[in-house]
Ligand binder design. Structure first.
Ligand SMILES: Nc1ncnc2c1ncn2[C@@H]1O[C@H](COP(=O)(O)OP(=O)(O)O)[C@@H](O)[C@H]1O
Ligand SMILES: [Mg+2]
Length: 355
């Protein structure tokens, strides 16, 4: 099986099978604007996928949609988000209600947001966040606070924090890096199988970023969770992810193993993003080869959304929206696929036929 949107079947081995998902924001009683269009991919147990793309491409909206954490105006008008629970049953996250949805979040899938300060309640000590999280997911038996705090201390040690210093502190008393680590520890508290991280290190200095990213990679090995890592930093994506998905104007326009994407990308947008990475890992700079910005959600071009900025666009590109076609089939959702009419064009891709 592969991650073709045209393939309606589910991938039996996948932890998460996203099929044709649209996500939007309500603009009126019956109207909404679509920010994520027809996204499909499979994520297997233990896999780590980076979602990359310029700001405004729909990465956060997709991440929030997958866990049903959208703001009140958020809607998921179509698609399936199939998730294999710990007991082996499969549920469509899109249709989960109340208790089932609550149980799914934290204990099966958790999200780490960019600004840790906003994720914490400023008037609660870190230890109370842990106690609240554990207590909210207890079934019947009320665990002693001491027992919960011991477990919280272990979690904090796991992300290389000193529990004696952190548990007692209020969020504002910690550095940005410590807060972000605490948030990761909290997200892992109930041993979720899926962790979605949205630019988790963006606001931090490079050294802190590096050590958090390294620790995350180790923890994933150790605890075997799957990860969706949202970032505009391709250096981080290359380091943390087995595979990469590029988003542009709300669509997934290329997916492949990290090697495929960095060594033989087939979408001019992905190539431009990679060319824009400065030699020393850091933030994405606006590349000279890629002037302008993504189109407005309200005025998407009829053909390829990237065509107006693409150096290789032909007349057809303005008229026909390319589908995400598999170029190199591989199992476990690792196929290399690109949505570009010229993805196999020898004039653009020196190697000609993709490998
Ligand atoms: N709460 C919201 N209400 C309406 N539109 C939104 C909201 N949040 C994001 N958007 C729009 O959705 C699009 C995708 O945004 P976002 O998912 O934040 O992209 P990214 O994370 O890639 O920067 C943008 O055009 C943005 O303006
Ligand atoms: Mg975002």
């Amino acid at each position: 099986m592969n991650d073709l949107p045209t393939d309606p079947g589910t991938d039996d081995g996948a932890l998460l099978s996203v099929r044709g998902v649209d996500v939007g924001y309500r603009t009126g009683r019956r109207t909404h604007v679509t920010a994520v269009h027809d996204v499909s991919f499979d994520l297997h147990p233990g896999q780590s996928m980076a979602l990359v793309g310029e700001s405004g491409c729909g990465k956060t909206t997709l991440g929030l949609g997958l866990l049903r954490l959208l703001p009140r105006t958020g809607v998921i008008p179509s698609g399936e988000i199939l998730f294999r629970r710990k007991d082996g049953t499969r549920v469509d996250v899109r249709t989960l209600q109340k208790e089932n949805l609550r149980r799914f979040r934290w204990s099966e899938a958790a999200m780490v947001f960019q600004g840790a300060m906003n994720a914490f309640n400023p008037v609660l000590r870190i230890e109370d966040h842990f106690v609240d999280t554990f207590r909210a997911h207890e079934n019947g038996r009320r665990r002693p606070r001491r027992e919960i705090l011991e477990q919280s201390a272990e979690l904090l040690e796991m992300v290389r924090l000193d529990p004696a210093r952190v548990l007692n502190a209020f969020p504002h008393e910690l550095s940005g890096g410590m807060r972000q680590r605490s948030l990761i520890a909290l997200a892992l508290a109930l041993r979720p199988q899926l962790l979605i991280l949205d630019e988790p290190t963006t606001a931090l200095d490079l050294l802190t970023q590096r050590s958090i990213v390294e620790r995350l990679a180790e923890l994933r090995e150790q605890l075997r969770f799957s990860m969706v890592f949202i970032t505009h930093d391709l250096g981080l994506a290359a380091e943390l992810a087995d595979r990469v998905g590029t988003m542009y104007a709300g669509r997934l326009i290329e997916t492949g193993t990290t090697r495929d994407i960095f060594h033989r990308s087939r979408h001019p947008y992905t190539s431009a993003l990679i060319d824009s990475v400065p030699p020393v890992a850091g933030d994405l700079h606006v590349p000279e080869s890629l002037p302008g910005g993504p189109p407005s959600l309200h005025a998407l071009p009829p053909g390829c959304s990237f065509a107006p900025r693409c150096a290789h666009a032909l007349t057809d590109c303005d008229l026909t929206r390319p589908t995400l076609d598999v170029l190199v089939p591989r199992g476990e959702g690792l196929s290399h696929a690109a949505a570009c009419l010229r993805s196999t064009d020898a004039e653009i891709h020196a190697e000609g036929v993709p490998r």
